[in-house]
Ligand binder design. Structure first.
Ligand SMILES: Nc1ncnc2c1ncn2[C@@H]1O[C@H](COP(=O)(O)OP(=O)(O)OP(=O)(O)O)[C@@H](O)[C@H]1O
Ligand SMILES: [Mg+2]
Length: 332
């Protein structure tokens, strides 16, 4: 049976300056789930996350952590923060100690662990994010990507049950993104619940089981990546776009090519290969005849246009002949 680890009921939040940032948020996150919150700048993602470990207290409604309504007292908040680890959007909000090692050790030390246990956790966390060897460096002398990794290590060393990462891959190079993704997958396989906020739809698609779309402080969509990224209306409203591979397949599909819309590059690649097959030239002709007919006629003139069609048709016959030939040879 699944355990709901974070649940909100009609949760609203208004900042002291009167900014109403969250309205009637009703979400449930199950143990071990990989969840992504997507939404444009200012949608309320970071504000929502600050409720997950009690930094923000709902103005109305409530949030339950592991089945219990959050209590905003010192002892209870400590318990929540042990359970829920948040990696902030900006590492400069998180890193403060004079050296990397002291920064990562700060959380576990406050849990009252033995020195050996703290050392072991710090070493393991730095190793996991690929930052071993930079223990003595000052965090403010690190690059942006390195700071992000140290910030993640600091939370990992606390060994929380739920890891919340606000924009974990923003500003990282492709290798850095891959490393962070690997860490998140690894943690997820160890049954940690992971919640991320991101604008990176490619990454979100690969990572999440469940997505919530946040727009102007309200949840306007939730579902699997397939459900969310095939719902163009919700995406448009939230000022988001689908992954590029989905956009490409969607374009092909709406131009008459018989294919399914796939979200990841890998799936899209197989779908396109499957679609091309022996019917590619037929599809191409179909496309040209329907979509580009007028433009090509205008550019090439009628005679050249018909010559081109003729060549394409010949090529199609040659292509099919070669497939038949290959099949025949394979049977031999
Ligand atoms: N400390 C604050 N005081 C007042 N208003 C704030 C504060 N922090 C955020 N806001 C406002 O709350 C709204 C939500 O901001 P939030 O930072 O949660 O958005 P976000 O979805 O995380 O955006 P981004 O993608 O840019 O990180 C915005 O209108 C923002 O101006
Ligand atoms: Mg934010």
């Amino acid at each position: 049976m699944t355990r709901t680890i974070i649940q909100t009921e009609n949760m609203c939040f208004t900042y002291p300056d009167g900014t109403s940032a969250l309205h009637n948020i009703n979400i449930a996150i199950e143990e071990g789930e990989r969840v992504a919150i997507v939404g444009s700048n200012g949608a309320g993602k970071s504000t929502l996350f600050a409720h997950f470990n009690g930094i923000n207290q709902p103005t109305s409604g409530l949030i339950k952590i592991d089945g219990k309504p959050a209590v905003y007292e010192k002892k209870e908040l400590l318990q929540i923060r042990q359970k829920v680890g948040i990696v902030f959007q900006n590492p400069d909000d998180q890193l403060f100690a004079p050296t990397v090692v002291e920064d990562v050790a700060f959380g576990p030390m406050n849990l009252g662990l033995s020195e050996e246990e703290v050392d072991e956790r710090v070493e393991e966390a730095l190793e996991m994010v690929g930052m071993s060897g930079l223990e003595k460096k000052a965090p403010h002398h690190l690059s942006g990507g390195q700071k992000k990794r140290v910030a993640i290590a600091g939370i990992l060393a606390m060994r929380p049950e739920i890891m919340v990462l606000d924009e974990p891959t923003t500003g990282l190079d492709p290798k850095g993104v891959e490393q962070i993704m690997e860490i998140l997958y690894k943690l997820s396989h160890e049954d940690m619940s992971i919640i991320i906020a991101s604008h990176d739809v490619e990454m979100v698609t690969q990572f999440a089981d469940k997505i919530f779309v946040l727009h102007e402080g309200q949840i306007i969509g939730q579902g699997t990546p397939e459900e969310i990224f095939n719902n163009y209306e919700t995406l448009k409203k939230a000022h988001l776009r689908p992954p590029k591979s989905a956009e490409l397949l969607h374009m092909l599909k709406s131009n008459g090519v018989s294919c399914d819309v796939k979200l990841t590059v890998e799936e899209a690649y197989h779908e396109i290969l499957h679609t091309i097959g022996a019917e590619s030239f037929h599809n191409l002709l179909h496309l040209i005849k329907n979509q580009l007919h007028h433009r090509l006629l205008h550019e090439l003139g009628e005679e050249n246009y018909h010559k081109m069609l003729h060549i394409l048709e010949e090529e199609q016959i040659n292509h099919q002949n070669s497939i038949t030939h290959q099949k025949f040879n394979n049977h031999e």
